[in-house]
Structures are given as structure tokens and as C-alpha cells.
Design a protein around this ligand. Sequence first.
Ligand code: NAD
Ligand code: MG
Length: 389
Amino acid sequence: MKRVSVLGSTGSIGVNTLDLVSRAPGDYEVVALTGGANVVLLAEQARRHDAALAVTAHEDRLDELRAALSGTGIEAAAGDAALCDAARRPADWIMSAIVGAAGLPPGLAALEQGTTLALANKESLVCAGPLMMARAAFHGATILPVDSEHSAVFQALVGEDISSVERLIITASGGAFRDWPLERLSQATAAEAATHPNWDMGQRITIDSASLFNKALELIEAKEFFGFAPSKIEALVHPESLMHALVGFNDGALMAHVGPPDMRHAIGYALHWPARRSIPVERLDLARIGQLTFRAPDEARYPALRLARAVMEEGGLSGAVFNAAKESALDAFIEGRIGFLDMSRVVEEVLTRLSDERLSVAAFDLDTILATDHLARTAAADIIGTLQR
Ligand code: NAD
Ligand code: MG
């Protein structure tokens, strides 16, 4: 029996993870499940999977969670410390699928037990890539990518000599607005941005797909995970979202990963790795699909990519600044306080304002990263105040 925990079990990735787990119930023992405000779903998942522990991030929801689990013997807890305790419960495989920088402390706590961490939470690598990788190496933990593009690269690299890799290409659908005229983008609403042409994902990542901030995070994630120079990592717009990534080798070969746009593929690869097991996803009929198309990303339309390049070059704490500013700008856009194009303006301005702080920091530990995250959110709030409509 493989002992599994799912951090962020009530979200899009969490639900898909439990879907795969439930298909082979005899193979898994569910240890801890964690969620946010949706304690009804969390309790229902914990009962269905007979989890040992359920944790909500919200302390004021603990009574509700306890009531929903009464008589089951399933332990209930709440709050940030409890999330990290859940990540420390012995498990063989832990899914990190909390959204945002909030996933960093539990992700680091999970690595301390030297386990396998399936990493959907890209923000933790963006904020703290070197810390995550060092923590994993120190404790003998394995990090497996779950982001579809990074899983695709990981799969294309199996058996290859890393020194023969010339470039990584990760694809982007272009999101909800890829065919909108540039002039219309300033008027785009959160509801319009939250519909993805190909993938069914959480609201935040779907809006980030429309602005290409998701791809920006993924460029940084690729640099931190695979350790390639920024100049070797490219983004390519591919509207069909069927080719997830390509790896280019020194003999000119490109190894491409093609698969249906269904996160259960990448989750399942990480769950069963190093084996492959049958997964109930669509089998692509390429003759019916007919063609796959590609185009270069338009940087005027997507300033997020340019900002990501600067962050990749600078390294250090710039990733934590970038991510926190992006999260604040996204909140403001969702709440209708700023426009769609203002999000990249906020992030760029925060990066400029905090450049001194970034350069003067000597330590790269969790406290410094969280303090930087806080500084960047404060700066973003200030800038958002000046832009507010
Ligand atoms: P989601 O919003 O659907 O779910 C997020 C989960 O985190 C939920 O369980 C929620 O309750 C919990 N959560 C939210 N805020 C929290 C907080 N402050 N503290 C603790 N828990 C909190 O998000 P998602 O789409 O499943 O994405 C999860 C992660 O996976 C993100 O980092 C995202 O970028 C990444 N990812 C998602 C997809 C996808 O298809 N959805 C694909 C690739 C990568
Ligand atoms: Mg992705």
C-alpha cells in the first residue's frame, strides 16, 4: 500500500488526484487531505477515502469540519501550522496542489520527510526554487513535476544525457484572449479571462493563462527544476494544447510530448513513476485532429514573458517578488479593481521598486522569502491603489 497525502485536495488538481487514487483503492492508503474554505467537500473526500487526517487552512472553519467528520474517527485540524503538520505525517507520496505561495511552507515541510513530492504548486519553485531543490537533496526527497509542460519535459528526458540538451520549449495555448484585438484587452473582465479554450483548471491559473503569467511562472519553474540556463528555455504558442513541451538535443532532434489536455495524465505519471500505468484519458486520434499549429508569442500582447525573462536572469529573490506581485494583481483584477492589462504594469512596477531590497539580501531562507513576499504584496497594494478604477 502506498501512503498518499494530498495538499489542496479540494481544488482542480486535488480532485483529479483523488480520482486516480480511487480507481485502485487497494493500492493506496490516504493519510492527510487539506483544503481551504470548502470544508463540506474536504470532509466528504476524507470520508470517502477513509483519510487519517483532514485539515482546513481556515481556523474559523474547524468546528464545521469537526462536525462534518463526527463519528468517523478522522482527525480534524485547522490553520497554517496544521497544514505543515499534515505535510509531515509519514507518507510515501505527497501531492503539493495548494494554489499560490501558500503552498511553499507545506511543500518544504513535506520534503523534510525525504518522501516523493508531486509538485503542481509551481509558485513554490518560482519563489524558492534553490531552497526547494536544496531541501530535497538534503533529505533525500524526490520532486516530480506535475505541471503538464514540465512533466512532458521530464518524460522526454528519460534516458537522455542532460549535457546534450540544447533547449527546452514549453507550449502555451495563448489563453482566452489569444485572438482578441489588442485594443480590446484593456476591457476584458475576469469572467471572460476565466474560460480556457482547452483545459479545465482552477480559476486563478485559467486567468493566468489568458495573461500568459502562467507561462511566465512556468519558464521560471523550468529553469529552477531542470537547471538549464534561461537562454535555453523558450515558450511557443500552440493553440491546440496537445503538444505540451519539446526538448531539443545537440544532434538537432526534438523530442516532443503529445497527449490529451487532461491533467490526470501528468498527475498519473507522477503517481506511478517510474512505471507507466493505464490512465482513463482520451486517446488522441491525430488523423481526425489533422494539424497542430504553432506561433511565436507576441510580447506586446504578453509582457509577462518579458518580465519572466528578467526574473530568470536575476534569480535570487526576484521570483518571490514576481510571484507575490502577480498574486496581488490577480486578486485586484478578479475583484474588478484593476484592468486586465494593469496586472503586468503592477508586477513590473513592484519589480522596479523592490530591486534594492533584492540585491541587499544575503540569506535565501524561508523567513527571507516570506518577508520578501510580504514586501512585494505591500508595494503591489500601493500601486494598485493608484491604478484603481
Ligand atoms: P484550485 O484553486 O482549484 O485549488 C487550490 C487548492 O488549494 C484548494 O484545495 C484550495 O482550498 C486550497 N487553497 C487555496 N488557498 C489556500 C491557502 N491560502 N492555504 C491552504 N490551502 C489553500 O487550484 P488548482 O487549479 O488545482 O491549482 C493548484 C496548483 O496546481 C496551482 O499551483 C496551479 O498553478 C497548479 N497547476 C494546476 C493545473 C490545473 O490544471 N488546475 C495545472 C498545472 C498546475
Ligand atoms: Mg502548465
